[in-house]
Ligand binder design. Structure first.
Ligand SMILES: Nc1ncnc2c1ncn2[C@@H]1O[C@H](COP(=O)(O)OP(=O)(O)OP(=O)(O)O)[C@@H](O)[C@H]1O
Length: 472
C-alpha cells in the first residue's frame, strides 16, 4: 500500500510501524504545518517555533468541544476534551502527562491545555477575578521566577510543575493548586555563557527608574550573579515590558502591592549579596568585607531584607555550630565566607519561590469539596550539556522515571492484557530503561553521592570514598 501524500494523522495507520516510517510521517506533516499526530490515544506534538494562531483560537475550541476523539484532526484540545468528558461521565480524576526533551514545547502545550480546560469549565464573566483567570495568570508569574534562558531554550522551566484543576459537580472549575518540584537553585549564583539567570533579575533591572532608585539597582552588567555570562537580552523580548506584565499578572493572581514590593526587595537584595566580596581578616582564617563597595552592597541588602547589617555580616563571615553543651562561633576564611554568601542567596531565592507558589495557591483557593480534578504534569525536559551537573542528573533521572511509567502503561500493560485474553500477539520490541533506573536506585548511586557530599571538605573537592563502598 502506498503512503498517503500528506502523511497519516494516526501512526497506527502506518503500514510499517518502525522508526524511519514514524519520522518520515512526522516530517511530512510538519511541512504542511500539521504539528500534531496521534499514536493511538497518545498525542505527539512537534514544536513549530512560530505562532500558529489559527490552531488555538476560540473557533477551534468550539469545534473540539464534545467532538469524539479522532473525529477531528489531532490536537491538544482533543486530549483535554477527552480527559474532561471522562471526568464528567465516569466521575474520575484524570492526569495528562506532557513529556519531551528540553525545548520540545511542553510548557507551551501545558498552557494550551489549561486554556482549553478554562474554556470548558470557566464561569460566565462575573465581577472580579475568576479562578481560571488566576490559574492562567499564574503562568507568567511562575515563569518570571522559575524560568531562564538555557542553551536549548530561551524560556526553559527550571522546576517541575503539576497543576491540579479542581471541578465541582457541574463540571465548573472550583479551585486549583500548583505543585512545584526541585527548583534549580544553583542557577542563582552560577551561570555560564550564553545562558541567563532567572528572568526576574533582568526584568527588575529594566523596571522604571523610580523602582531602580528604590532598590538601588543599576545595569545588570554590574552584578556578579549576572555578569558571568555575556547574555543579558533575549531576542524579541523586552524585559521592561515583561516587568510590567509580571506586575499585572501578580495583581490578577492576588498578590498585593506591598507583597509585590517585598518580593522585588528580595530579588534586588540577592543581586547586592552577590557583589559582597571578602578579604582576609586579622585573625587566622577569618574574613572581613573587602572594600567600601562590598560594604555598600551589604548595607543595601540588609536594608532591603530589613535586618541588622552587623548581624548580617556575622552571619556571612562566621559559622555557628550548636552542640548540646554550647553554641560555638567560628570565623570563616574569605573562600568559605563566599560559599556561605552564595548558599544564603540560593536559600532565600528558593524560599521566595516556594512562598510565591503558596501565595498563588492560597489566592486561587482550593475546593475541599471538589468532586474531581484534572492534573497536568509539566516537568523539566531531558538535557545533556558539554558539562553536566547534579541538576542535570536529577532532571534526567526524573525523565527516565516518567519514561518507565509510560512504558508500563503503553507497552507492558497492553502486552499483559493480550496475554490474559490469550490473543496471539507477537511481542513489540521496545527499549526498556529499567536497567538505567536499577543502576541509579539499586546500585545506590544516590547513597554514594550523599556520602561524598557529607565528607566534602572546604577545598570544594569531593573526597574519593568510592573504593570503600560496595555495590548492593
Ligand atoms: N505550540 C507552539 N506554538 C508556538 N511556539 C511554540 C509551541 N511550542 C513551543 N513553542 C516555542 O518553543 C519554545 C520552547 O518551548 P517550551 O518552553 O514549551 O519547551 P519545554 O519543553 O517546556 O522546555 P524546558 O523543558 O526547557 O522547559 C517556546 O518558547 C516557543 O517559542
Amino acid at each position: 500500500m502506498e503512503a498517503a501524500a500528506g502523511g497519516v494523522d494516526d501512526m497506527t495507520k502506518l503500514s510499517y510501524l518502525h522508526e524511519p516510517g514514524v519520522l518520515q510521517n512526522l516530517a511530512t506533516r510538519y511541512e504542511l504545518n500539521e504539528i500534531y499526530t496521534y499514536t493511538g490515544n497518545i498525542l505527539i506534538a512537534v514544536n513549530p517555533f512560530q505562532r500558529l494562531q489559527h490552531l488555538y483560537d476560540s473557533h477551534m475550541m468550539q469545534q473540539y468541544k464534545g467532538a469524539p476523539f479522532g473525529e477531528l484532526s489531532p490536537h491538544v484540545f482533543a486530549v483535554a476534551d477527552v480527559a474532561y468528558r471522562a471526568m464528567i461521565h465516569e466521575g474520575r480524576s484524570n492526569s495528562i502527562l506532557v513529556s519531551g526533551e528540553s525545548g520540545a514545547g511542553k510548557t507551551e502545550t501545558t498552557k494550551m491545555l489549561m486554556q482549553y480546560l478554562a474554556y470548558l469549565g470557566g464561569r460566565a464573566a462575573t465581577e472580579g477575578r475568576t479562578v481560571e483567570q488566576q490559574v492562567l495568570e499564574s503562568n507568567p508569574v511562575l515563569e518570571a521566577f522559575g524560568n531562564a534562558k538555557t542553551v536549548r531554550n530561551n524560556n526553559s522551566s527550571r522546576f517541575g510543575k503539576f497543576v491540579e484543576i479542581q471541578f465541582d459537580k457541574h463540571g465548573r472549575i472550583s479551585g486549583a493548586a500548583v505543585r512545584t518540584y526541585l527548583l534549580e537553585r544553583s542557577r542563582v549564583c552560577q551561570i555560564s555563557d550564553p545562558e541567563r539567570n532567572y528572568h526576574c533579575f533582568y526584568l527588575l533591572c529594566a523596571a522604571p527608574q523610580e523602582e531602580l532608585d528604590k532598590y538601588k539597582l543599576e545595569n545588570p552588567r554590574t552584578y556578579h550573579y549576572l555578569n558571568k555570562s555575556n547574555c543579558y537580552d533575549l531576542v524579541g523580548v523586552s524585559d521592561a515590558r515583561e516587568y510590567l506584565a509580571t506586575r499585572r499578572a501578580m495583581d490578577i493572581v492576588g498578590i498585593s502591592t506591598q507583597e509585590q514590593d517585598a518580593i522585588f526587595r528580595v530579588v534586588a537584595a540577592i543581586l547586592h549579596i552577590g557583589n559582597i566580596e571578602f578579604a582576609k581578616g586579622k585573625e587566622v582564617d577569618s574574613s572581613v568585607l573587602k572594600d567600601d563597595k562590598s560594604k555598600f552592597h551589604l548595607e543595601t541588602a540588609a536594608e532591603l531584607l530589613m535586618c541588622d547589617p552587623g548581624a548580617f555580616t556575622d552571619a556571612l563571615c562566621k559559622r555557628v555550630m550548636v552542640t548540646p553543651e554550647e553554641v560555638i562561633k567560628r570565623s570563616l576564611d574569605p573562600y568559605s565566607a563566599t560559599i556561605s554568601r552564595d548558599g544564603f542567596a540560593k536559600t532565600i531565592y528558593s524560599r521566595l519561590f516556594d512562598w510565591l507558589v503558596d501565595k498563588i495557591n492560597s489566592s486561587i483557593g482550593q475546593d475541599a469539596n471538589s468532586k474531581c480534578l484534572i492534573g497536568v504534569l509539566d516537568i523539566y525536559g531531558f538535557e545533556s550539556f558539554k558539562s553536566n551537573s547534579f541538576e542535570q542528573f536529577c532532571i534526567n533521572y526524573t525523565n527516565e522515571k516518567l519514561q518507565q511509567h509510560f512504558n508500563q502503561h503503553v507497552f507492558k500493560m497492553e502486552q499483559e492484557e493480550y496475554t490474559k485474553e490469550q490473543i496471539d500477539w507477537s511481542y513489540i520490541e521496545f527499549v526498556d530503561n529499567q536497567d538505567v533506573l536499577d543502576l541509579i536506585e539499586k546500585a545506590s548511586v544516590m547513597l554514594i553521592w550523599s556520602c561524598c557530599c557529607r565528607v566534602q571538605s572546604n577545598t570544594s573537592q569531593l573526597v574519593p570514598i568510592w573504593p570503600k563502598l560496595s555495590f548492593t
